[in-house]
Design a protein around this ligand. Structure first.
Ligand SMILES: [Zn+2]
Ligand SMILES: [Zn+2]
Length: 244
C-alpha cells in the first residue's frame, strides 16, 4: 500500500518536473540522472582537463615535473591569482557551449552550473567574498537576450552562498575576440571595462573575487577584468571557466 502510494507520488512528481530524469543533451531518460541534468554516456564524452597544468592559468603542460608555470604566464604576468577551467574547448564541450551562447539553449546553464559546482567542490575552490561574471556590452546583451556567464555565476553563487554582484560593465563594444591575434586581443580590450558604479569600489575593497566566464582562450578578457578589480582595491582575483 505504502509502496504503491510512493510510486504514485513519484510519477506525479515526474509529471510536474519531467526534466528531472532527462538528459539535457541527448534527451534520454535515465532514473540515475535525477538532479544532475546529464546522463552517464554524455558526461563521459566531455573531456576534463588533465594534469599537469600551469598553476596560474590551468594550461596543459608537457610532462615535465619541474614545470609548474607555463611560458605564457612567465612572459606576461597575469592580474589574477589563478584560473581554473573544467573542460578542453573541443568536440562536444565546444558544441555545447556554442549552442548555449548562440542557439538559444539557455537552459544549459543549469547543467553547466551543476558541473562547475561539482568541480569547485572537488578542487576546493570556493572561498570567495563575491562572484561576478564577464559583462557583455549592452548592445550585445540586447541582441542575445542574456549573459551566458552571468546565468552561471548567479546559480553557482546561490549554491555556495557567495553574493553575486554586477561589479563590471563593458564600456566599449569590442570586436569579436576569436577573430583576433593575441596582440590584437589585448589591444582590443584596452579600456573595455569599468566598475558599474563608485559604490562598487567600497564593496570590492579588500575582497577576494571569483570571475566566471565561459571560455578561457588567451586569458586577455579575464585579465583585463582582474586589472580593473585590483585597481579598485580587490584583494585577490580568481577565475573559473567552463572550458579552455
Ligand atoms: Zn545524454
Ligand atoms: Zn599559465
Amino acid at each position: 500500500m505504502v509502496k504503491a502510494m510512493l510510486r504514485y507520488i513519484k510519477s506525479f512528481l515526474e509529471l510536474l518536473y519531467p526534466e528531472k530524469n532527462i538528459c539535457q543533451i541527448c534527451n534520454s531518460y535515465e532514473e540515475s540522472i535525477n538532479d544532475t541534468y546529464i546522463c552517464k554516456s554524455c558526461l563521459s564524452k566531455l573531456e576534463k582537463i588533465e594534469m599537469p597544468v600551469c598553476k596560474i592559468c590551468n594550461k596543459s603542460l608537457s610532462h615535465n615535473p619541474d614545470l609548474i608555470i607555463c611560458d605564457e604566464c612567465v612572459r606576461e604576468p597575469r592580474s589574477f591569482e589563478m584560473s581554473k577551467s573544467l573542460f578542453y574547448y573541443k568536440r562536444i564541450a565546444k558544441k555545447l557551449i556554442h549552442d548555449y551562447k548562440y542557439c538559444g539553449k539557455t537552459y544549459y546553464y543549469k547543467l553547466f552550473a551543476y558541473l562547475l559546482v561539482q568541480y569547485m567542490k572537488e578542487i576546493n575552490y570556493k572561498d570567495f567574498d563575491y562572484i561576478i561574471s564577464v559583462p557583455l556590452h549592452k548592445i550585445k546583451l540586447r541582441k542575445r537576450g542574456y549573459n551566458q556567464s552571468k546565468l552561471l555565476a548567479g546559480k553557482i553563487g546561490k549554491y555556495f552562498n557567495i553574493p553575486y554582484i554586477d561589479a563590471l560593465k563593458r564600456i566599449n563594444n569590442t570586436k569579436k575576440q576569436s577573430n583576433l591575434s593575441r596582440y590584437s586581443r589585448q589591444k582590443n580590450l584596452q579600456n573595455a571595462f569599468a566598475l558599474t558604479s563608485n559604490k562598487m569600489s567600497e564593496l570590492i575593497a579588500g575582497a577576494d573575487i571569483l570571475i566566471i566566464d565561459d571560455i578561457f582562450t588567451t586569458g586577455a578578457t579575464v585579465n583585463e577584468c582582474s586589472k580593473i578589480l585590483k585597481l579598485h582595491g580587490a584583494n585577490k582575483v580568481f577565475v573559473l571557466t567552463l572550458a579552455r
